[in-house]
Design a protein around this ligand. Structure first.
Ligand code: PLP
Length: 409
């Protein structure tokens, strides 16, 4: 029989959201009439921004004429989209990013998962705990994680706890990791790092020679002025950080699939023979070999988001979800449930009441309130005793969910 990659075999058998979906399906089968409000998986509910839809219709039309047909495009993405990104997401915030430092892709999940391809399997990794599961699982797949310990942690990964005790802001690592994953605004805790807090990480990475993998998929949700939208707003970050962005949660692209990654030219790695190698060149090599570019039609949709009308529509979508976040925060506070997030992120991270475990609270919420969320323990050991709700439902469902939770008081 064919031998498999044993690292995959080491993974816990189910991905968190698969397990949530499995339990929901079982519950639905047992209670076919149950009207469940889903606030678990981080998918959005608002439709795609109209400007993007119009751009796709036009782009589809382009594909019907030989003169405007587009086949394989540049693996890195079309220059017109990369220019729109460089201007709209960076220059307008005072950050200069060259279009050759931008790599358009089919989303941040792929890029945060694939980036490890260009790093040594010996690299030591640090993650915040709780954490977006993709960072840990892809390192397990690559053989960087060691073995699973009794504490639910992988032996070679440094976990940086984020709990009420440190106000959900992780301390700097102690095991000198080569690679540090930071996701801010954070999924799942909904917290964000201020300029000063993020500067400490950039300074640490420069001192320690670490690479920061900065996932800012939720950047558009930031409301506080002292929270940077890009890690490159911090001096020196170009020498130590790769940044990942996504159109999924800003413009309803979860089904369309588009995101991008910034790999600054200053970033260097070292080969076994001591040669210094540009990470930008290496990522280009990786992408041109394993990826054939995001679809032309979808890149046109993404480009449209940077027009004045596109920006207005994105802002409206975000305001809609953030109104839901405020309803959840206020509602939980009135019920007496302690919760964080929802200020710079579409996630609410709540403390399970009465010392219930995360999965116990999942079952209770589903059974008594017909509300589905995500158990915090699925994001890492420090997530035990916490629970995530998303602001991505409709406004009406969010109001209904709060009313249904009131009896928990
Ligand atoms: N990064 C974080 C932190 C996320 O929460 C998600 C989606 O939930 C992603 C990346 C995935 O984004 P995309 O849809 O662009 O793959």
């Amino acid at each position: 029989m064919i031998r498999i990659n044993d690292n995959f075999h080491r993974l816990s058998p189910t991905y968190l959201f698969t397990e949530v979906a499995r339990r929901l399906k079982a519950y639905k089968e047992a209670h076919p009439d149950a009207d469940i409000i889903r606030m678990g998986i981080g998918d959005v509910t608002c439709p795609i921004c109209p400007v993007a839809v119009e751009a796709m219709k036009k782009a589809a039309d382009d594909q019907t004429h030989a003169a405007t047909f587009h086949g394989y495009g540049p693996e890195q993405g079309y220059a017109w989209l990369r220019k729109a990104i460089a201007d709209g997401d960076y220059r307008q915030r005072g950050v200069e990013i060259d279009i050759d430092e931008i790599f358009v892709s089919d989303g941040a999940k792929s890029d945060t998962g694939n980036i490890g391809d260009i790093l040594s399997t010996d690299c030591r990794v640090a993650v915040t705990d709780p954490v977006y599961p993709v960072y840990v699982d892809t390192n397990v797949m690559a053989g960087r994680a060691g073995h699973m310990t009794d504490t639910g942690q992988w032996s070679h990964i440094e976990y940086l706890p984020c709990t009420a005790a440190n106000d959900f802001i992780p301390s700097l690592p102690t095991r000198h990791p080569d690679v540090i994953y930071l996701c801010y605004p954070n999924n799942p805790t909904g917290t964000a790092l201020t300029r000063d807090e993020l500067s400490r990480w950039v300074d640490y990475a420069r001192r320690n020679g670490s690479l920061i993998l900065f996932d800012s998929a939720y950047e558009a949700y930031i409301t506080r002025p002292d929270v940077p939208h890009s890690i490159y707003e911090i001096e020196g970050a170009r020498e130590v950080a790769i940044e990942f962005r996504s159109f999924s949660k800003t413009a309803g692209f979860t089904g369309l699939r588009c995101g991008y990654t910034v790999v600054p030219r200053e970033l260097k790695g070292v080969a076994d023979d001591g040669t210094e190698i540009s990470l930008n060149a290496l990522w280009l090599r990786r992408q041109s070999t394993k990826f054939n570019g995001a679809s032309y039609i979808i890149q046109r949709a993404a480009e449209a988001l940077y027009t004045p009308e596109g920006r207005r529509q994105v802002a409206d979508t975000i305001a809609y979800y953030m109104r839901n976040a405020a309803v959840l925060r206020d509602g939980l506070a009135s019920i007496g449930i302690e919760a964080r997030g929802g200020i710079d992120a579409p996630y609410i991270w709540l403390r399970t009441p009465d010392g219930l475990s995360s999965w116990e609270f999942f079952d209770l919420l589903l059974d008594r309130c017909r509300v589905a969320g995500t158990p915090g323990c699925g994001f890492g050991p420090s997530g035990e005793g916490y629970f995530r709700l998303t602001a991505f439902s409709s406004y009406e469902d969010t109001l209904r969910a709060v009313e249904r939770m009131r009896p928990l008081k």
